[in-house]
Design a protein around this ligand. Structure first.
Ligand SMILES: C=C(O[C@H]1C=CC=C(C(=O)O)[C@@H]1O)C(=O)O
Length: 402
């Protein structure tokens, strides 16, 4: 017992060794794992959960225990990972416990027996890859444009996948994404039911600070960012301005539905998200002043899927995507994030992500199509979005795509 403790004490001073030890034990026991880093924070957080609990449709966000939520694009089957073991890490080491949950987790860690093989992340069966062919995606965008021209929809967000043959070192990739994209929510999730997902998303869906301040954003419009570009001097086209305004109007329509008038709105302004720039407006509500204790739950159900990932009107766009995209989005464009950890909930739309396989990775991206869309440009936009991860992860790899 004593020798295990001293071996582990050394590991605590080495973040990567500590991750290996924890993940190895989690995967050996069939536990689920969520590792994440919130925007503009140094601290990386890790949950190990013994159960992948399916949430009921009427689950109340504000009443959940400390944990991590995962929702696929078709959000009726949401998963909740309770924080059975919770750890925080700085750049190199494990942080000292600050809560009872963390103290328990540290005690558990100290008595774990070393396993010196690399962690075996969960892998899910392969998905269909029809939309990875350029011609298919161009046709899909053209069909969306026809529907919009016929007056049935204002905006639709068709997506596609791309498979890369390579074996990724997930923990290295997670750390590199954290360094390269300080404003993104970076996550690495591995569960028996969902497999393994890595992402660096710029899009907040719902945040609740101290059960008091509700926040969401309207994000749309995409341009390549090159170092040195000043975000204050970026010119956006009419198409991009309208595309983002649609997302804004959608959020406001959700507030109207619940008769909430007292919200603050800032922007839109240009933000840098890795290799890209977007237009973003911020919305904020004081839940105490508006006397709306369950605003998070109510808005989450109304907002998802937003017109940034689905379209406008929502039902018609969803119907179009389910019939025509030709693959299941799974966790791509769903949402994920910590719930009620240290009184805060921060759920993000799962964009700029990949699904990991032992010897390959499946990337996902979509583009907002409006009446002014040019299909070839939408294809290029999805390529740029996939490059957010590819350019970081594969810096030192030879890539072959199919
Ligand atoms: C659907 C995606 O991005 C959304 C978020 C920001 C900008 C978008 C756009 O310009 O089309 C998309 O609405 C994606 O990254 O797969």
């Amino acid at each position: 017992m004593k020798s295990t403790e001293s071996a582990n004490t050394q590991k605590l001073n080495d973040k990567k060794a500590c991750w290996q030890l924890l993940l190895n034990h989690a995967f050996t026991n069939g536990d689920a794992v969520a590792l994440w880093r919130l925007p503009n924070q140094e601290i990386q957080q890790l949950i190990i959960s013994k159960t992948e609990k399916q949430l009921k449709e009427d689950a109340v966000l504000e009443d959940l225990s400390e944990g991590f939520m995962l929702a696929p694009f078709m959000a009726e089957h949401r998963t909740f990972l309770s924080a059975d073991y919770y750890f925080r890490f700085s750049a190199q080491t494990l942080e000292e416990p600050e809560s009872a949950t963390e103290t328990n987790a540290h005690a558990w860690l100290k008595q774990l027996k070393p396993i010196d093989t690399p962690p075996a992340f969960y892998e899910k069966g392969s998905a269909v890859k029809v939309t990875s062919i350029k011609g298919n995606y161009i046709n899909l965008v053209n069909e969306a444009i026809q529907l919009i021209k016929a007056g049935s929809a204002e905006k639709i967000v068709p997506s596609r996948t791309k498979t890369i043959e390579a074996s990724i070192n997930l923990l290295e990739a997670f750390d590199t994404l954290c360094q390269r994209y300080p404003t993104a929510m970076v996550s690495l999730i591995s569960t028996p039911n969902h497999g393994t997902w890595l992402g660096a998303t710029p899009e907040l869906l719902v945040s609740l600070e101290n059960q008091h301040i509700f926040k969401t954003v309207a994000l749309a419009g995409t341009k390549a960012w090159t170092p040195g570009t000043d975000s204050k001097n970026v010119a956006w086209t009419q198409k991009e301005i309208e595309e983002q305004a649609l997302v804004e109007r959608y959020i406001i329509s959700c507030f109207k539905k619940i008769r909430l008038r007292d919200y603050e709105e800032y922007g839109p302004k240009t933000i840098i998200a890795g290799n890209l720039m977007h237009l973003k407006s911020d919305f904020k509500v004081d839940m105490k002043e508006t006397n709306f204790a369950q605003l998070g739950t109510v808005m989450l159900n109304l907002l998802h899927p937003t017109s940034a990932v689905c379209g406008m009107p929502k039902d018609l766009s969803l119907d179009f995507l389910l019939k025509n995209e030709g693959y299941s989005r799974e966790l791509y464009s769903g949402y994920l994030g910590p719930v009620n950890i240290q009184q805060n909930t921060e759920l993000f739309v799962n964009l700029r992500c990949l699904q990991w396989k032992k010897s390959s990775a499946q990337l996902y991206a979509g583009a907002g199509v409006t009446i002014d869309s040019v299909p070839e440009r939408e294809w290029e936009e999805t390529e740029m979005k996939m490059n957010t991860l590819l350019s970081v992860i594969f810096e030192n790899y030879t890539i072959s795509t199919r």
